[in-house]
Each structure stands twice: as structure tokens, then as C-alpha cells.
Design a protein around this ligand. Structure first.
Ligand code: UT7
Length: 332
């Protein structure tokens, strides 16, 4: 069914990423948390993660990823006229991380804002950027997914702190020029159960207080099992709906770049979609779950590994806190 589907005209002109230099492998982590390399590897596929240093904030990681994306696109920061940043670990509650990045890139006046859709954030941002470009009011959009998740980890909670890492990825989008053609988007959310994955304190509901600190409310909390089940279900549904809406089948997909949360989630998705696991790009063993940064980092690595051939069909698919989900189709 191809009727009533708005076709995108935007292209990804360049991609870049940045990972902090400190590598924390499972063995190192097991020296400070009650866990083991065997448990983390067998339950998640993660072997290591990158951790930013005290002086590096999310915007610093983002700027480096953005600069790499600009080089890849053959453009300069002055070509950008809109910045959209997806993050759940902004440098501060406000102003937006996008504004801080705008200043660090030296491009005053450029419209800049953050969006928050957790691990689906980068795909949501692509969806929004595509809409802004199709309005013809903007010509060149910098889209960033960046996280310093180590800043909200409870290093005494082994059920979460082993899973996440820091990093940033960026893409330059435009209607003009040559690059990977965005085809379509399917984003959605179910806000009925926010406590499955959340940071309880620090917002207007539970502002910072002695109580919020002593109850460890400023750290990420998660019901891993429930998130696992929902993740597979919503990613399968969004992928199928998007493919069908654009007249494709699962067999047409050459590469899937999924959110990098857990190798078992990727395996389940591969089985349910009946797309061979070999078509899924995974680098979560090296970086863990970097939330909004995971797909652009994976895209950048997949591209550099030269597996993405011109004309092939790519499917990006993510899920995250909210619960949010998003799927994006692209012709490389
Ligand atoms: O971007 C979205 C972010 N969230 C996710 O992607 C999370 C999705 N969920 C998952 O990836 C998995 O549910 C987890 C990896 C979080 C957990 O795996 P699981 O197979 O669902 O394990 P579980 O929660 O059922 O726990 C099994 C056992 C428990 O012990 P008991 O109660 O069976 O004795 C846990 O206490 O494993 C224990 N455990 C650990 N043991 C060693 C939990 N975390 C650890 C750990 N090291 N790090």
C-alpha cells in the first residue's frame, strides 16, 4: 500500500561519531560492582563501554561528532541553519544542549533545540528534521544523538550500570546534494507506564532535595524484563508497518541498524521479522547502550566498514523510555 504516504526528500549528506577514550571492560567493572564478565556477556553481549571524563559534558562529545559529520559531508558549520539534539543527559536542564553546541561550533543565530525521546531520540530527530526540511524553511540540519549516561548511573545498581556507555553520533541532513535518501518514518509512543525506565527525581514532580538524594532518585531506574518484552514487540510492529506503508517486504531490507541495547533483543527481533541476523549491524559489544547516540554511532561504523552499498535498503529501528519507538527507511 503506497497510497497516502508522504515521501521524504531529505538526504543524509554526512555522518560522524565520537567516543570518549576511556574503555571500561567487564572485568574492570566487576572490580567495583558485584557482577562478572560471564553474566554481562551472556545476558547482553556487551564486553566494554566508553566513559567520558569529568570535564567532558554531553555537548563536548556532540561537538566532536558534529565536526566529524561535517567533514564527511564536505561542509562547514556555517552551512548549518538548524540544530536538533536528542539526549536524556543534557549538560543541564536548560538551556538546551543544542544551544551549547551551537555556541561551541561558532554559528550564532542558528535555530537550536533538544528533543527527548530517550533511546529513540535520534530517529525522532531525523523524523522532525525531515519535516523541517520539507517545509523549505531550513536547508541544512545538524541532527545529533549524544549521551553521557555515566552521569546518571547508579554505580551500586548492577542491574543497570553494566549496560550503558557514553558517546555521540551526528548526521547532516539536506534536501540538496547527494547522500543516503531518507524514505519514510514511523514513530510512536505509549506513555501509560513511565516507571518502566525513568529518572525519578530532578524534575518538577520530585525536585532535588535531601530526600531525593538519599533515595538515589537522580539515577536511572529500570524494569529490564518488561522493557525487553516491549522493545521486541514495538520494534517489530513499527518495522512491519513502515515497510508495508512504502510497498516493501522484510526480504527487501539489506541492512538493519537497530538500537544497540542487548544482543538478545536484536536476535529476537531478527527472528520475529524473519530478517537474517547477518543483516543486523551490531557494535554494542564495544560501547554498550549509548541511548540516543547508539544508532548514529552504529551507522557511522557500518558506513566506514564499507558494508553499506549504494542503492541498498536500510532500516533503522529503536525503542526507549517513554515507551517510545521509531523506525526509519533509507536508501544508501
Ligand atoms: O535502551 C533501553 C534500555 N533498556 C534495555 O535495553 C533493557 C532491556 N532488558 C535487558 O536487556 C535485560 O532484561 C537485562 C540485561 C537488563 C537483564 O537480563 P535478564 O536476563 O532479564 O535478567 P534478570 O533481570 O531476569 O535477572 C536475572 C538474575 C537476577 O538474579 P536472581 O534474582 O535470578 O537471583 C539478577 O539479580 O541476574 C541478576 N543480575 C545480575 N547478576 C550479575 C542482574 N544484573 C546482574 C549483573 N551481574 N550485572
Amino acid at each position: 500500500m503506497v497510497d497516502n504516504v508522504t515521501k521524504s526528500s531529505s538526504k543524509i549528506l554526512g555522518v560522524g561519531s565520537y567516543l570518549p577514550s576511556e574503555v571500561v571492560d567487564n572485568l574492570k567493572l566487576s572490580e567495583k560492582v558485584d557482577t562478572s564478565d560471564e553474566w554481562i556477556t551472556s545476558r547482553t553481549g556487551i564486553k566494554a563501554r566508553r566513559i567520558a571524563n569529568e570535564k567532558e559534558a554531553t555537548s563536548d562529545l556532540a561537538v566532536k561528532a558534529a565536526q566529524n559529520a561535517l567533514i564527511d559531508a564536505g561542509l562547514t558549520a556555517q552551512d548549518i541553519d538548524l540544530i536538533i539534539v536528542a539526549t536524556i543527559t543534557p549538560d543541564m536542564a536548560f538551556p538546551s544542549t543544542a544551544c551549547l553546541i551551537q555556541h561551541k561550533l561558532g554559528i550564532p543565530k542558528v535555530a537550536s533545540f533538544d528533543i527527548e525521546a530517550a533511546c529513540s531520540g535520534f530517529l525522532y530527530a531525523l523524523d522532525v528534521a525531515d519535516g523541517m526540511l520539507s517545509s523549505n524553511r531550513y536547508k541544512c540540519v545538524l541532527v545529533v544523538g549524544a549521551e553521557k549516561l555515566s552521569s546518571i548511573m547508579d554505580w551500586e545498581d548492577r542491574t543497570t550500570c553494566v549496560l550503558f556507555g557514553d558517546g555521540a553520533g551526528a548526521a547532516i541532513l539536506s534536501n540538496a546534494g547527494s547522500g543516503s535518501q531518507l524514505i519514510g518514518f514511523k514513530s510512536g509512543a505509549d506513555g501509560s507506564n513511565p516507571n518502566l525506565l525513568y529518572q525519578p527525581a530532578g524534575g518538577s514532580l520530585l525536585p532535588a532535595s535531601q530526600d531525593s538524594l538519599s533515595s538515589r532518585g537522580h539515577f536511572l531506574k529500570m524494569n529490564g524484563r518488561e522493557i525487553f518484552k516491549s522493545a521486541v514487540r514495538v520494534m517489530e510492529r513499527a518495522s512491519r508497518e513502515l515497510l508495508e506503508a512504502h510497498g516493501f517486504t522484510e526480504n527487501d531490507v539489506d541492512h538493519v541498524i537497530p538500537h544497540q541495547a542487548n544482543a538478545r533483543i536484536v536476535e529476537s527481533l531478527s527472528q520475529r521479522l524473519e530478517i537474517p541476523l547477518g543483516k543486523f549491524f551490531c557494535n554494542l559489544d564495544k560501547y554498550g547502550n549509548t541511548s540516543a547516540a547508539s544508532i548514529p554511532i552504529a551507522l557511522d561504523e557500518a558506513r566506514k566498514s564499507l558494508i553499506l552499498k549504494k542503492g541498498q535498503l536500510g532500516l533503522f529501528v529503536a525503542f526507549g523510555a517513554g515507551l517510545t519507538w521509531s523506525a526509519v527507511l533509507v536508501r544508501f
